[in-house]
Ligand binder design. Structure first.
Ligand SMILES: [Zn+2]
Length: 81
């Protein structure tokens, strides 16, 4: 399984903010953010899977990257059904 680099940037330091800006400009994806920190990965999340809510197993609806295993924001749905 491919490994992807993950970075945690401390937004309370100038160093951390500059690091985050540098990574974003290099195409890294923000996977989690708080007022104090950012988590980024170099994974482009090209290999994703939508997991629908399962009533039987009570598995929550989810959208995950199969490469790095991150939970992703839901994509905008184009179908109206
Ligand atoms: Zn990914």
């Amino acid at each position: 399984m491919a490994k992807f680099l993950i970075a945690h940037c401390d937004l309370e330091t100038l160093e951390g903010i500059e690091e985050a800006e540098r990574l974003v400009s290099n195409g890294w994806i923000i996977t989690n953010s708080t007022p104090f920190s950012l988590t980024l990965t170099e994974c482009k999340h090209n290999n994703t899977e939508y997991i629908p809510y399962e009533i039987d197993t009570n598995v929550a609806e989810n959208y995950v990257c199969l490469d790095c295993g991150m939970n992703l924001p839901f994509p905008e749905r184009e179908d109206t059904e």
